[in-house]
Design a binder for this molecule. Structure first.
Ligand code: PMP
Length: 386
């Protein structure tokens, strides 16, 4: 028996061509990617350390600075999804044993709390039911009590459909020597955010929602306060891949003349992200002037769960129509309309259904399609008598 002959045969599935269905992605992400961004992602690969790649990364940095409304030098894109940015933010700015305060009103706060616990932080949770918000007074009281080095808040709570007010919280954090970390994965490009003006110390987002890029890259930015804390640590961050001393060099943010190899970034993902940031920069305003809420509000026979002023423009949560099985409705809609919408997530499971119209998808015709599909599901899915 020769070592050169294979004993495991080629899998039959690999001898069939790749099949990908066309779908309307009207859930909380990913969203449909417009042809221009898909085309950017299909350009030939170049080396991750070629000067042309550095130029593209420099452009991405400028595009993120614009999208975040910040002049922070320490602005990069993670090689990874939104979770990579969540872990990067926490791993670099918090040391084991330090106290952090997490606002939880949906799934994302709980996720960050778990990430912080895993790296040994002393986690304090402020909890509300999904869709409720924290007042600045409540936040200041909790900061005074727990003396955290970091406060986490989701700007766009996609599991609840809530866009949390941010004004004033950054100032409270400054007063108490705490860093303010904000998640805009679901809201960037759909709801306005002003990192510098709002005194946000660390801000991150994702590529696959209102930016309409493929999943797999995640913008993140640190201001000087955050840099001071993360570059004066006593311990090294638990993650090598997400260590900002290395990533800041890879992205040309550390002032050193040469960039050295750390990891191989997702070259095609960066091409696509650059294109999506270019589209954002071409818009008259830095955010989409229309929102799914505007469209769904007017005609919808469904109850929208969040108070009008606090609704997230990109993801709308509607109450599950009484007597209906939400899973059956969503399966029906996928089967007959090729539309993805989703149920709740984490604490909002069984409470809501979620409709996301993000960026390029946020058009009145798409909202009409979504409402038509929902109405059709109400007609054709069975209603329980109870
Ligand atoms: N934060 C929020 C608010 C999100 O909506 C999501 C994605 N659903 C994430 C973080 C995590 O992003 P990813 O799935 O890209 O890791």
């Amino acid at each position: 028996r020769s070592m050169s002959s294979v004993t495991i045969p080629p899998p039959a599935c690999m001898l069939r061509p790749l099949e990908v269905p066309l779908r309307y992605l009207f859930g909380p992400g990913p969203s449909n990617v417009p042809p221009r961004i898909l085309a950017a992602g299909s350009r030939p690969i170049i080396g991750h350390l070629h000067p042309e790649m550095y130029e593209i990364m420099n452009d991405i940095k400028k595009g993120i600075q614009y999208a975040f409304q910040t002049e922070n030098n320490m602005t990069i894109a993670m090689s990874g999804s939104g979770h990579a940015a969540m872990e990067c933010a926490v791993f670099n700015t918090v040391e084991p044993g330090e106290s952090v305060l997490i606002a939880i009103n949906g799934i994302w706060g709980e996720r960050v709390a778990e990430i912080a616990e895993r790296m040994g932080a002393n986690v304090h949770r402020m909890v509300k039911t999904p869709g409720r918000y924290f007042t600045n007074t409540e936040i200041e009281q909790a900061i005074k009590k727990h003396k955290p080095v970091l406060l986490f808040l989701a700007h766009g709570e996609s599991s609840a459909g809530l866009c949390h007010p941010v004004d004033g919280i950054g100032d409270i954090c400054r007063k108490h020597d705490c860093l303010f970390l904000v998640d805009t994965v679901a809201s960037l490009g759909a709801a306005p955010i002003f990192m510098d003006k709002q005194n946000i110390d660390i801000l991150y987002s994702g590529s696959q929602k209102a930016l309409n890029a493929p999943p797999g890259t995640a913008p993140i930015s640190f201001n000087d306060r955050a840099c001071h804390k993360m570059f004066n640590r006593k311990t090294k961050p638990v993650s090598y891949l997400f260590d900002m001393t290395h990533l800041s060099n890879y992205w040309g943010c550390d002032g050193k003349p040469a960039r050295v190899y750390h990891h191989t970034g997702p070259v095609s993902g960066f091409f696509a992200l650059r294109e999506s940031l270019a589209i954002l920069a071409e818009r008259v305003k830095g955010y989409f002037p229309t929102s799914s809420v505007t469209f769904l509000n007017k005609k919808s026979p469904f109850f929208i769960c969040v108070l009008q002023d606090l609704r997230l423009p990109s993801v709308t949560t509607i109450a599950i129509p009484e007597g209906y099985d939400w899973r059956e409705m969503l399966t029906y809609i996928m089967k007959h309309h090729c539309i993805e919408m989703t149920g709740g997530l984490g604490p909002s499971i069984g409470m809501v259904m979620r409709i996301g119209l993000m960026g390029y998808n946020c058009e009145k015709t798409n909202a009409d399609m979504a409402l038509h599909a929902l109405a059709d599901a109400l007609k054709n899915c069975k209603k329980s008598k109870a």
